[in-house]
Structures are given as structure tokens and as C-alpha cells.
Design a protein around this ligand. Structure first.
Ligand code: KPL
Length: 308
């Protein structure tokens, strides 16, 4: 296989996908935001550290670093930035897209796909979500922290997988093709809009939400609101109920620091607007009152913005 992927987002997930796709034989162009972020890659190579301590180095010819201002046309683009960075990052390379470009959006939360579709209506838009665990100890180094699955589908159109999906299947990313990616993204959002703001506000690993009685008490009400909005939106709800699903994710990720808490601790902007903001907006459009989520969003916005 020799196929090219451009990748926007040199963070943990963008870096992990770059290394995994390069290992599967794809040619990767990792787009760095600026000259100074490009310079941070020692020897122009990306280093992937596996959980067993082994390391692989990815540089030319398999993986090249470039700037948005480079002129090569982009045929296939993976956007793996923070949700709020996706549209500005895409704008910086939009002159390099062609009428046939495919774009795969792999960001947390929801709402970015709609923004992209509105601004670049001709793009072939795909969305995905991953449960791979990775973090970036320093620029240019990715630490793999846990194996997960990656689910991908065509945004709003469904249909069969394009030929490039084989790059993902041939990689170690355990990718599956989804006929209805909106349902998958909504289910992820249902989980994130409960776990992420509570853990970020109370500065605790996910497990703390079951261990601390004052936090555990909040779960049933929040999950009931998620269930009501999901039903009104025509989204499937898990058979076991949203509360049981959220509790099982909390147990399975008990030691995780949620992405929102990681952002808070790093003093970075969080994805609250694309997780809880999107959820409350959907509820409002559907005429469902969600007082617990509205209060949680207001609290999270005021507290988390202070650290942004
Ligand atoms: O997706 C997550 C996140 O942190 O964003 C969960 C499932 C809550 C795991 O930490």
C-alpha cells in the first residue's frame, strides 16, 4: 500500500494515527502549526512509545513534517485537533484542498462537522471516534496508553466504506466501518457530557464519580436528561439505560483523567462547548428542558474558563 494521508493535529491522537498508518505503509505528511512547533521534533522524526516500553521512530520517507503553507494538494486529510481548533486549522490549509478531497474528522464532541460542512460544502466529509489511549509527554513523542477501537463512517450519508478505509483496517488501530456514525458520536457524547465536566470541576479521576457520594448522587438525574433528549432526537439509547452505560465506562476508566480535566490541569481551553454546549443546544431545539445539564454547563463554563 502506498497512499498519502495529510494529518492536521500533532497531539496525542494525531501522532498515534500518524505512526500507526505509517506502519501500515501509508505515506504521512504531518502538518505542524508553525515553524517552531516543527522544530520541536528531534531529527524531524516522530517517536512512538508502546506500553511495553519499545519505541519506533517515524521520519522520511514514511513520515514527513510540513507547514500549512506548503503547496502540495491535499487528497486525504485527517483532522485530529482539539474540537475548537479544527475549523481554524482547516482554514489554514483550505487552499490546498481539491473538489475531490476526503476529510476525516476525529475530534471530541459534536458540532464541528456541521461547521465544516457549512463552510466547505463540497468536501467529502467522514467522521470518526476512537477509544485509543495516548498522551504526549513532550512534542514529537507519543506514549501509547491503552488499546481501543476506532469507528469511522460517512457523515450524514452513510453508505459503504471508501477504498482508503483499508489503510485503517490494515493498521493496528482496530477500525470498524459504521453505517450510522451520528449514532456512534451521540452515544460517545452522552457519556462525555456526564463524566467530563463532573471530573473536571471536581478535579478527580473518572472513578471518583462513583466513589464520592456527592458526585455519585448527581449521575441518575443527569443520565435521565440524556435519555429524554436522545429519545426526542431519535437517537438510540443503550438497552441497559444511560446510567448503567455511564457507570460501566466510569468503572472501566476509573484511573483515567478525563480529557476535560487534562485540559483544565494544563491550563488549556476545554471542549465544553462541543460536549455540554452541543448537548444543551440540541435539548433546547427539541424543546426538552434539561435543568441539571444547564446548571452543569453554566458552572463548567464559569470555572473552566477561568483556567483557559
Ligand atoms: O472519552 C473520555 C474522555 O476523557 O474524554 C472518557 C470516556 C470519559 C474517558 O476518560
Amino acid at each position: 500500500m502506498s497512499e498519502c494521508w495529510h494529518i492536521l493535529g500533532a497531539g496525542a491522537i494525531g501522532g498515534l494515527c500518524s505512526a500507526r498508518l505509517a506502519a501500515a505503509g501509508a505515506e504521512i505528511s504531518l502538518i505542524c502549526r508553525s515553524e517552531s512547533s516543527l522544530q520541536q521534533f528531534a531529527g524531524n522524526a516522530l517517536i512512538l512509545r508502546e506500553q511495553d516500553g519499545s519505541e519506533s521512530h517515524w521520519g522520511p520517507p514514511n513520515l514527513r513534517l510540513e507547514l500549512p503553507s506548503s503547496t502540495a494538494p491535499i487528497e486525504r486529510l485527517l483532522v485530529a485537533t482539539k474540537a475548537h481548533q479544527a475549523v481554524p486549522a482547516l482554514a489554514a490549509v483550505s487552499q490546498r484542498l481539491t473538489p475531490d478531497s476526503d476529510l476525516l474528522l476525529l475530534v471530541n464532541g459534536m458540532g464541528v462537522a456541521e461547521q465544516i460542512q457549512q463552510r466547505w460544502p463540497g468536501l467529502h466529509l467522514y467522521c470518526g471516534t476512537t477509544t485509543e489511549g495516548a498522551w504526549r509527554p513532550t512534542a514529537g513523542v507519543i506514549q501509547h496508553a491503552g488499546k481501543g477501537t476506532t469507528r469511522i463512517g460517512r457523515w450524514q450519508l452513510g453508505g459503504p466504506a471508501p477504498s482508503w478505509f483499508s489503510h485503517w483496517q490494515n493498521s493496528a488501530l482496530q477500525a470498524s466501518w459504521e453505517e450510522n456514525i451520528e449514532h456512534v458520536l451521540w452515544q460517545k457524547l452522552s457519556i462525555n457530557c456526564v463524566i467530563n465536566p463532573l471530573s473536571a470541576l471536581h478535579d478527580c479521576p473518572n472513578g471518583g464519580l462513583l466513589e464520592r457520594p456527592e458526585l455519585r448522587r448527581q449521575l441518575p438525574g443527569l443520565c435521565r436528561e440524556v435519555e429524554r433528549v436522545s429519545q426526542a432526537a431519535g437517537m438510540p439509547t443503550p438497552e441497559e439505560g444511560v446510567l448503567a452505560l455511564v457507570e460501566s465506562v466510569i468503572r472501566n476508566t476509573a484511573r483515567n483523567i478525563s480529557s476535560m480535566l487534562q485540559d483544565r490541569r494544563a491550563g488549556q481551553a476545554t471542549e465544553i462547548d462541543y460536549i455540554n454546549g452541543y448537548f444543551c443546544q440540541q435539548a433546547e431545539q427539541l424543546g426538552i428542558d434539561v435543568p441539571l445539564h444547564r446548571a452543569l454547563l453554566a458552572k463548567a463554563r464559569s470555572v473552566l474558563q477561568a483556567t483557559n
